[in-house]
Design a binder for this molecule. Structure first.
Ligand SMILES: Nc1ncnc2c1ncn2[C@@H]1O[C@H](COP(=O)(O)OP(=O)(O)OP(=O)(O)O)[C@@H](O)[C@H]1O
Ligand SMILES: [Mg+2]
Length: 341
């Protein structure tokens, strides 16, 4: 008989129990008639006790525990053939609850990932569409005769070129992120003078800063070099992304300063600006790919919203984190540390 429900199991146990009770009554009657001693009756009761114990154990083992064991095996992630010690019911309940919680958080993580992927593809399509449509528009106008018009031909070619540049930056940044995320790009950690590295960034960004009337400099004169362990090219990219942001989101006649603090085991690097600032509600999302506080302002600067995501990834590769402190309309400070060499 296949037991499928608690009612059927109870019915079977009740049947066996009644059978034992009926037998007991019959034997009692027999003993009373035959006048057998109390000791013998007690021995008989003990015998019945043992018999009922084994029957009950067999029923529970067969119809309840077998099924619990299968569940237990699944929870513990063992194959169906693996032997499982008889678990205490309390343990099974506790482990089942833990297992359900774990599965729930796994499902949540997968859902988040799926959502993230959907958002990413949507964002990417959007980012590609805007410059592509612009390029197509300018080229179509030129082909349809605009090329002969000296008032627009140079201007439209220039705009098409700007949009192409944006696409190139986007592809380069995406490539950078995917290389870091997939762990394909190997780290080349070497002894690096962070002061010299930042001086290079300042020199390379000076022109952009000048165009926006922003003073780009060290917070004070650093005469000595400060040696850190870092992947030089990647940290240069981190500092460049932060400095370029300070310029893009700075105010005219503002400033961007780089400051170092010599700590016991590391060097703190800060990029400080007195620009437009970031409101508190935007800060938690700043490092997400494609996240931009003011989309049109960022886009006008040719931004794609990937810069800070790259910064975060590179610093994570160095075992470090990026910190941000900002006040709307007052300014922003991005900071990170690097291990001393
Ligand atoms: N120093 C800053 N001051 C104010 N806002 C900032 C600053 N740095 C970043 N932001 C905000 O954070 C957003 C994300 O910055 P991120 O560098 O990731 O992207 P982006 O500058 O828009 O594009 P790109 O990928 O070209 O760097 C920016 O769009 C801007 O709104
Ligand atoms: Mg940026």
């Amino acid at each position: 008989m296949k037991i499928k429900s608690a009612k059927q199991a109870a019915l079977l146990t009740a049947l066996i129990g009644s059978l034992v009770a009926a037998l007991l009554c019959g034997f009692m009657l027999l003993f009373a008639v035959a006048g057998i001693s109390l000791w013998l009756m007690a021995a008989f009761v003990a015998l019945v006790f043992v018999a009922v114990y084994f029957v009950a154990n067999w029923t529970i083992e067969r119809f309840v525990y077998q099924k619990i064991k299968v569940i237990y095996r699944v929870i513990q992630g063992r194959g169906s053939e693996a032997a499982v010690d008889s678990p205490a019911l309390d343990d099974v309940q506790m482990e089942a609850e833990e297992w359900a919680d774990k599965k729930q958080s796994e499902i949540q993580a997968l859902e988040n990932q799926a959502q993230f992927r959907r958002d990413f593809i949507g964002n990417l399509a959007h980012e590609l569409r805007t410059p592509l449509f612009s390029i197509q528009g300018y080229l179509d106008t030129l082909i349809e005769g605009g090329i002969e018009d000296p008032k627009i031909n140079y201007e439209y070619l220039n705009r098409a070129d700007k949009n192409l540049e944006r696409l190139t930056v986007l592809v380069k940044e995406l490539d950078e992120i995917s290389t870091i995320e997939s762990g394909r790009g190997s780290m080349n950690s070497v002894k690096t003078d962070i002061v010299a590295l930042c001086a290079d960034v300042i020199a390379l960004s000076e022109l952009s800063a000048k165009k926006k009337k922003i003073k780009l400099e060290f917070a004070k004169q650093y005469d000595k070099s400060l040696m850190v362990i870092a992947d030089r090219d990647r940290i240069q990219q981190v500092v460049t992304n932060l400095v370029i942001n300070a310029i893009h989101y700075g105010k005219p006649d503002g400033s961007c300063k780089i400051r170092f603090s010599d700590m016991p085991s590391n060097i703190l690097v800060e990029v400080i600006d007195d620009g437009i600032g970031i409101s508190e509600k935007d800060i938690p999302r700043l490092f997400e790919r494609f996240y931009r506080v003011d989309k049109s302002r960022s886009r006008n600067q040719g931004g794609t919203g990937l810069g800070l995501s790259i910064v975060k990834h590179i610093l994570e590769l160095h075992g470090q984190a990026i910190n941000v402190y900002s006040k709307k309309d007052v300014g922003t400070t991005f900071s990170f540390t690097l291990d001393k060499a």
